[in-house]
Design a protein around this ligand. Sequence first.
Ligand SMILES: Nc1ncnc2c1ncn2[C@@H]1O[C@H](COP(=O)(O)OP(=O)(O)OP(=O)(O)O)[C@@H](O)[C@H]1O
Length: 347
Amino acid sequence: MTRHAPQPGPAIRTSALTKTYSQHGTPVEAVRGLDLEVADGELVAFLGPNGAGKSTTLRMLTTLLPPTSGSAQVAGFDVVGQHRQVRHAIGFVGQGNAAGPQQRGRDEVVAQGRAHGLTRSEASRRAGELLEAFDLAEHADRPVATLSGGQRRRLDVAIGLVHRPRLLFLDEPSTGLDPQNRANLQEQVVRLNRDLGTTIVLTTHYLEEADAIADRVVVIDHGRVIADDSAHRLKSGLGDLVTLGFDSPGQATTAAERAGRLPGATVALDGARLVLRVPHGRDLAPGLVADLAAAGAAVARLEVAGPTLDDVFLQLTGRSLRESEQTTDPATTTATATATATEGAAA
Ligand SMILES: Nc1ncnc2c1ncn2[C@@H]1O[C@H](COP(=O)(O)OP(=O)(O)OP(=O)(O)O)[C@@H](O)[C@H]1O
């Protein structure tokens, strides 16, 4: 029990945490002065483009990498001076697969339990519980190599949980999974957080993943935190995106002039298309369509989309997070309303 003792206080606290690598003698500042607190029971996503410093941060918090300067406490223990206690308190699921391909999944979970000091029968009971919880029971007695990508990833998470850690770190858990397996894994992660109160920190490239499951999104760019809040609050300052299609560029120009008068609106013209970013765009759209029709600019096509975390990133950095990733996600869960203007409205 003593090994499990400290925590009171946040699950994670870092102060001016930095990591500078040396690449052929040139310093690479991967993490630049991170000050972060994660409360017990939070589900936090680190979101950022390739090379932002997400994995490096995670590796320092999980004691796999010593910080260059600054400090970090995890579960109340110092990641440098008390790395053993930290390791005991956390589960870590890295980007590679944890289980040996020729081993049976069940044996891998049991072996991990034994490594954490469980007796054979305790480890076996725990393995049964986890395999059941992660829908793996019927696949656990064949070689890991024969499991699907999603099953293997769930097995990794089960292995990371064998010692009932208070905190679970997941490094890009969904990368490479198809949308169905991704959704399944996300559901398990949320359940772990909601039902057992496990604090979860994950890194992700998927905007929709951070948006859908995290209580809090820490946006990282060039080794620094550039935003830190709930996805809802991060997006709430941005307007809706209203895209209007016309039959001619002249109509679009008329529409740009009129739509530009809406409070807080920014407009961009693209031939016969007008892209409008405006607060409460969804509510304003019907009135705007009627107004434009009366002004001789009948709307032929109308699309309204709520703001996304990509819009947040774009506003903060001038770059699109989505476009800077090779791993684009075809499935989007962004609330998007598409409507073709009715003849009545456009008349
Ligand atoms: N072992 C290393 N030696 C030198 N530079 C490194 C090393 N590991 C990472 N870096 C550099 O540190 C920076 C941060 O890398 P890191 O892997 O933490 O980013 P990331 O946000 O996790 O990216 P990804 O999403 O691609 O995993 C990058 O510029 C990377 O090239």
